[in-house]
Design a protein around this ligand. Structure first.
Ligand SMILES: N[C@@H](CCC(=O)N[C@@H](CS)C(=O)NCC(=O)O)C(=O)O
Length: 253
């Protein structure tokens, strides 16, 4: 199992930079990703950079106390941001699509335009599921909020269960992970933590999500996934680091 996340391995900053910091000067020709070790959206970019073995560096950004220069990179003040040859892109799905086009090997999308568009649609639709997981991990022990978040999340997951079952493949990408696998994975990694919060059968009861259960297990063996992996304890420390938020675990792993 990977000991340090890829965000730490390739980081040129020893810690997440905050107010008053200076943005490190660019290294000519090197792709830079402004990121945060715990951001699932940024992890999408980490996964695609790793899958395509693009030479890159990370600048870690503190999102609780943001550096002033972040807004020059992204007026929304969010990560991930990609800077390449003096040009800037933000929004994780846009960044990952750019990487796919600029670095076509290995291809992460199917070649058929209709199938490609469908992958984009399913990646886009995942935002509902991602918000529901956020709600669950910030429920602060409120059973009602948790139950509503779980119901919402499972309704989103039904779509992916049905889709993967219909495809009859191990991954959304076929016999290896593709773009859609990597666009959804960062949240699935956090399911290990969410399962502890939910208790009982967790988020993916076997009778409702047999295909996604198998998918999460095989994704965990993918070298690209392992390179960006953070264990549930580390995710838990992050969610508990927000003032007023305390994860209440109903079961151990
Ligand atoms: N839609 C954006 C979402 C990015 C996002 O929300 N990033 C979070 C960290 S996980 C962030 O930068 N939050 C800071 C803020 O919202 O102020 C994307 O896909 O890149």
């Amino acid at each position: 199992m990977a000991k340090a996340s890829i965000a730490s391995l390739y980081a040129i900053t020893p810690k997440h930079l905050g107010p008053g910091s200076v943005c490190p000067p660019l290294t000519a020709g090197v792709m830079r990703c402004y990121t945060n070790k715990y951001c699932p959206f940024a992890q999408r970019a980490h996964l695609v950079l790793a899958a395509k073995q693009v030479k890159h560096e990370f600048v870690l950004v503190n999102l609780k106390a943001k550096p002033e220069w972040l807004f020059e990179k992204n007026p929304r003040g969010k990560v991930p941001v990609l800077e390449h040859n003096g040009r800037i892109l933000y929004e994780s799905l846009v960044i990952c699509d750019y990487l796919e086009e600029a670095y076509p090997n290995p291809p992460l999308y199917p070649s058929d335009p209709w199938a490609r568009a469908r992958e984009r649609l399913l990646a886009h639709l995942w935002s509902k599921g991602s918000f529901a997981l956020h709600k669950l991990l910030f429920a602060n022990g409120d059973d009602e909020v948790e139950a509503a978040a779980v119901a919402e999340l499972q309704t989103s997951l039904d779509v992916y269960e049905k889709e993967l079952k219909q495809r009859g493949t191990t991954f959304f990408g076929g016999n290896k992970p593709g773009m859609l696998d990597y666009m959804v994975w960062p949240w699935a990694e956090r399911f290990q933590l969410a399962n502890q919060v939910v208790g009982d059968e967790g988020l993916l009861p076997a009778n409702r999500f047999p295909t996604l259960m198998h998918w999460t297990a095989v994704m965990m063996r993918d070298p690209v996934v392992l390179a960006t992996y953070l264990p549930p304890e580390e995710h838990a420390r992050f969610y508990n680091s927000f003032e007023g938020n305390r994860l209440t675990m109903k079961s151990a792993l």
